[in-house]
Design a protein around this ligand. Structure first.
Ligand code: EPU
Length: 421
């Protein structure tokens, strides 16, 4: 298992380019199951999760070819059973359910189970497919959905904490080949849903309203192949913005779409960070004094849960108390105890709220990454801390950040990947 060795106390400076969005490319790859024809997906990030989705599609019979940042997928002869040993490794793989159901009339996929950030149920995905006429059965750890014919319907996808991103993706992918009109209410508004809708529209689907809480889909009989460029990763852009701010650096982030980053930029501004918005760039130019801010995670366009951990690392540097409330996932504070190992003072109250008493100097230590975004927070803290930090288990980081060690090194971060047995 590789570790990242970080010598703290650097100032990040220079230019960095954000890769394609992990959470956009995964459902888009699954959507290629909807047609026999070839789909060309450009700007696909070279990440273990993306290669893994390729393996899952190949296990279903699709031909998947990677060439640099392009993936070509042809799903001529496919079957509908997604194996437990593959599916359990990546929660995002649940988005093969909708396309398999639409294309084959049956999908049998191992239940993804929970993960370190929470229990992660799929009841809303299944509710949506039932509304389109599918029969749902859970047997021996597998969810089996089948329908002789899918028929459009009104589907409400709001859950306990709001809409579901992959649930919206799944229902949208099932509805594009259903008979008649589907209206998804309380749909997720994330930019990754808009990108998926654009891909499906390129395949011949009729979709209106993606990016708003109401998505209308007129089913079509058949879809065809297409070519599509994946949007840049807004969470990677936010992570570099926070890292640049935390190290009081000066970093021009190419591929940052500021319209996808509104809530993050608002909080960075409140925290005293200076930046300039460009058309497809964000230029972070540091901060004189960091100010504490209160952050509550919400569905888009609110503050993203995927940037909560990184923001917490920044808040340890302010002179004052910040309150961070996690409203999307119930146990997404695994980074707190590891940040404490670096000297941060953070208390968790009632499970969903973290009180960060900033201003204590951070000093390097060995820390353990528990999930993707927690790892990013530890890297940011390590860049600032005095001395050496070793972030262990960085395979989490490799799931969602393309060549992050090289990108940081190019910005002047003293970061080295260490191979461990
Ligand atoms: N939920 C339900 N029932 C469902 C589905 C979701 O109750 O059927 C709940 C979840 O338990 C959670 C909330 O709804 O409390 C939101 O979950 P959502 O379904 O929106 O999450 P997701 O689609 O499984 C995607 C991203 C996550 C990101 C979340 C929220 C992918 C592959 N994953 O997950 O990304 O945190 O949306 O924005 O797109 C990450 O990249 O690090 C990551 C975890």
């Amino acid at each position: 298992m590789d570790s990242l060795l970080i010598e703290g106390g650097c100032t990040l400076q220079g230019e960095v380019t954000v890769s394609g969005a992990k959470n956009a490319v995964l459902p888009i790859m699954a959507a290629a199951l909807l047609t026999e024809e070839s789909c060309i997906i450009k700007n696909a990030p070279n990440l273990s999760d993306v290669r893994f989705m390729g393996q899952i599609l190949a296990s279903l019979g699709a031909k998947v070819e990677f060439d640099g940042d392009t993936v070509v997928i042809q799903s001529k002869e496919i079957h509908g059973r997604g194996d437990y040993d593959l599916i359990r490794k990546m929660r995002g793989s649940v988005c093969i359910l909708g396309p398999l159901l639409a294309r084959l009339g049956v999908a049998e996929v191992s239940l993804p189970g929970g993960c370190v950030i929470g229990s992660r149920p799929i009841d809303l995905h299944l509710k949506g497919m039932e509304a389109l006429g599918a029969l749902v059965e859970i047997r021996s750890g597998y969810v089996i959905v089948r329908a002789d014919e899918l028929v459009g319907n009104q589907v409400f996808l709001g859950g306990r904490v709001g809409p579901t991103v992959l649930g919206t993706a799944n229902v949208m992918m099932a509805a594009v080949l259903a008979k008649g009109r589907t209206i998804i209410e309380s749909a997720a508004c994330e930019p990754e849903i808009v990108d998926l809708a654009d891909f499906l529209i390129g395949m011949g689907a009729k979709i209106k309203g993606a990016g708003s809480p109401t998505i209308t889909i007129e089913g079509v009989a058949k879809l065809h192949g297409t070519s599509h460029e994946v949007i840049p990763d807004r969470i990677e852009a936010a992570t570099f913005a926070v890292a640049a701010a935390a190290t009081r650096g000066d970093v021009l982030i190419h591929g940052a779409r500021c319209e996808h980053l509104g809530a993050v930029l608002d909080k960075l501004s409140d925290a005293g960070v200076s930046f300039t918005r460009g058309e497809k760039t964000l230029h972070v130019t540091g901060a004189d004094v960091f100010k504490p801010v209160d952050v509550t995670t919400q569905p888009f366009a609110g503050f993203p849960t995927d940037t909560q951990a990184q923001m917490m690392a920044l808040m340890t540097l302010t002179d004052g108390i910040s309150v961070i409330t996690e409203r999307i996932f119930e146990s997404r504070f695994m980074h707190v105890s590891e940040l404490a190992r670096l000297g941060a003072e953070i208390a968790i109250e009632g499970g969903a709220t973290a009180i960060v008493k900033g201003g204590r100097p951070l000093s390097g230590a060995p820390v353990m990454a528990s999930d993707l975004r927690a790892s990013a927070a530890l890297v940011i803290a390590g860049l600032v801390a005095d001395g050496e930090t070793t972030v262990k288990r960085i395979y989490h980081l490799d799931r969602g950040y393309e060549r992050i060690d090289q990108k940081l090194e190019k910005l002047g971060g003293r970061v080295r990947r260490v191979k461990e047995s």
